[in-house]
Ligand binder design. Structure first.
Ligand code: ACO
Length: 310
């Protein structure tokens, strides 16, 4: 069996910053409420002409360059998104052409904020068996188009963005060590899209996330044959600082060992974990050989965790 790891990463970060104070002018909310309840200070909204495929393309191009892989060497492209440009064609097919990845198959996966986890785990299966060598996985969302400014429970939480990773063979002992994916469709009405807007039962999602993130992270650590003490860095889905803190405390990790981008990007759903990874790699927080745990949850309800050696 081939060991599978991340060979290169990239992200798309929109230029347009929307602060909590900007939102105060649009709706009945306050900077203070948003900061204390969520940890979010600002988010990015992509311009009209930057749709999900464009953001995916930018992130993917950077990931390919960083991995030093030619587009024609990619065997499969997986884009995780709940905000595709259109229901079909898939975003992955659109960027397959834009990237010139002429030999790649293409499909999108829908697992909301756990989408990148589902994408990575799917990619891993193809590379591990040796059937494919390089798989590009993108998490990309344009959530700004689903925001209802009449609904202060949701409109303050989300942002746009994309993150991408090239997966391929890595040396013995490195790469993905264990994963866990799960779903509980009983909670399918807790976050959904009604008409053009995202709707959410925040309290139910909060309770689920606090419980599930910690449990799933612990379970994947155990599956990898590791203990909490072995973990060097935690990258939780960036939805709410209080949820992230709960998972960090379950792992008894010091604060500097957890990725934090929620304050500047808000919740970017399937893009949140890869965007956070890119930022923390640039900050030097993740080093070669580190044990890194990724954990996501989202609409479905679904979750996914991965333990890897960087
Ligand atoms: N500004 C000011 N007040 C607000 C706002 C706002 N933006 N939003 C809600 N409030 C008010 C409410 O109306 C409520 O007032 P009331 O008591 O008079 O009714 C009060 O604040 C408290 O509301 P709660 O729901 O108790 O607030 P809570 O502390 O639970 O925080 C939040 C709400 C932030 C939504 C939280 O529940 C949460 O983060 N849930 C998880 C959401 C999440 O992560 N979703 C993404 C999942 S990923 C995916 O798949 C897309």
């Amino acid at each position: 069996m081939v060991n599978v790891g991340i060979l290169g990463m990239g992200s798309y970060i929109a230029e347009n910053i929307v602060t909590n104070v900007d939102l105060e002018k649009k709706m009945d909310t306050s900077d203070e409420w948003i900061k204390t309840r969520t940890g979010i200070e600002e988010r990015r909204f992509a311009p009209e002409h930057h749709n999900t495929s464009h953001m995916s393309y930018i992130a993917a191009k950077e990931a390919l360059e960083q991995a030093n892989i030619k587009p024609e060497d990619i065997d499969l492209i997986i884009v995780a998104t709940v905000t595709p440009d259109r229901p079909f064609p898939s975003v992955s097919a659109v960027i397959q052409h834009q990237l010139g990845a002429v030999n790649a198959a293409a499909m999108d996966v829908s697992a909301a904020c756990a989408g990148f986890m589902y994408g990575i785990v799917t990619a891993k299966q193809f590379v591990q068996t040796g059937d494919y060598k390089y798989v590009l996985v993108v998490g990309a969302e344009k959530l700004s188009k689903l925001m209802n400014y009449e609904d202060r429970n949701t409109a303050v939480l989300f942002g746009d963005g994309a993150g991408a990773a090239v997966l391929g063979p890595v040396s013995e002992g490195k790469g993905i060590l264990a994963f866990e994916l799960g779903a509980d469709g009983l909670g399918s009405e807790h976050i959904t899209q009604e008409g053009q807007y995202l709707t959410m039962n925040g309290r139910e999602v909060f309770k689920f996330a606090v419980r599930q993130m910690g449990e799933s992270a612990l379970s994947v650590i155990q599956k990898a044959g590791l203990t909490k003490e072995d973990v060097d860095f935690l990258v939780p889905h960036q939805a709410n600082i209080r949820i992230m803190e709960a998972s960090r405390q379950r792992l008894e990790l010091p604060i500097e060992k957890m990725a934090k981008t929620v304050h500047k990007y808000g919740n970017t759903s399937s893009a949140s974990i890869p965007m956070a990874l890119v930022d923390e790699l640039k900050n030097g927080k993740i080093k070669d050989g580190d044990i890194v745990v990724l954990v996501g949850f989202g609409a479905g309800l679904v979750w996914g965790s991965i333990a890897m050696r960087w």
